[in-house]
Design a protein around this ligand. Structure first.
Ligand code: NAD
Length: 254
């Protein structure tokens, strides 16, 4: 029996079968969870076949920058499943211009959008789904080391990830009073659609590999394994944490 047997999950952020959210959704299913999906309209074509593969019967479009759309999604989910046990937030966005060159050149508008989509959407989802969360519900979001140290070209997304990790701690206290949990998985770099938007990402991947204690980059299956554990009762006393799956990269200085 899997560690998520009988759990009902909703996964945000599958854009393709390269997405970290896809790796997580696969693992949740493998561990026995019923996996529902919510996606951004632009990825509609790809999501259908992925939903079939995952046996997902609840597949709903939702623009997370729109509160009314999130409210609708909560109502639809409640209608079909009643309560929710697991939420995966694997969502971020920054304009291509903001992900190259000098950080300080970021425009007010690009900063606002990056923070809204990459940070506030987590808060909005937690706030709106809280009403239908089961007593031991658990949430996972995705972060990156650029929240702590300067990674070339990561720029505004580094600032957003720092805010996201802080939000996880504050949300953990809010949710914890009722026994619910939230954690962040901090993944090493992985080639996905979003990552391709970061200038110089290819060379980051290859230069990283030489510094990683385990000598290899991570993949979406690694993220899935860690997320499945954090979302399971086996992690019942872990909340508000940022847990790395990066081959040990974060412990090194050179
Ligand atoms: P991805 O492009 O596959 O996923 C990003 C997702 O965000 C997409 O599915 C996109 O539709 C969704 N999204 C953006 N705006 C949205 C909106 N308004 N409403 C709903 N969904 C929206 O890329 P990914 O690399 O799998 O990214 C997933 C998460 O993992 C992000 O938070 C990213 O910052 C984080 N992360 C990525 C890496 C990496 O190297 N790829 C490393 C660490 C953390």
């Amino acid at each position: 029996m899997g560690i998520l047997e009988g759990k009902k999950a909703l996964v945000f952020g599958i854009a393709s079968n390269l997405s970290i959210a896809y790796g997580i959704a696969k693992q949740l299913k493998a561990e026995g969870a019923v996996v529902a999906l919510s996606y951004a309209a632009v990825h509609e074509k790809r999501i259908k076949s992925i939903a079939e593969e995952l046996g997902s019967t609840f597949v709903e479009e939702c623009d997370l920058s729109n509160d009314d759309e999130i409210d609708n999604l909560v109502n639809k989910y409640e209608e079909k499943f009643g309560k929710i046990d697991i939420i995966v937030h694997s969502v971020a966005f920054a304009s291509r211009e903001a992900l190259s060159g000098r950080f300080m050149e970021v425009t007010r508008d690009d900063f606002r959008v990056a923070m809204d989509i990459s940070v506030y959407t987590l808060i909005a989802v937690v706030k709106k789904f809280e009403r239908i969360m089961s007593d031991d519900a658990s949430v996972v979001t995705l972060s990156y080391y650029g929240s702590e140290k300067v990674v070339p070209n990561y720029n505004v997304m580094g600032v957003a990830k720092a805010a996201l990790e802080a939000a996880v701690r504050y949300l953990a206290v809010d949710l914890g009073k009722n026994g619910k949990r939230i954690n962040a998985v901090s993944a090493g770099p992985i080639k996905t659609l979003s990552a391709a938007g970061i200038s110089g990402f290819k060379s980051l991947l290859s230069s990283n590999e030489q510094r990683i204690p385990l000598g290899r980059n991570v993949d979406i299956e690694d993220c899935g394994n860690l997320a499945a554990f954090l979302l399971s009762p086996k992690a019942k006393n872990i909340t508000g944490s940022v847990i790395y799956v990066d081959g040990g990269f974060n412990i090194t200085a050179m």
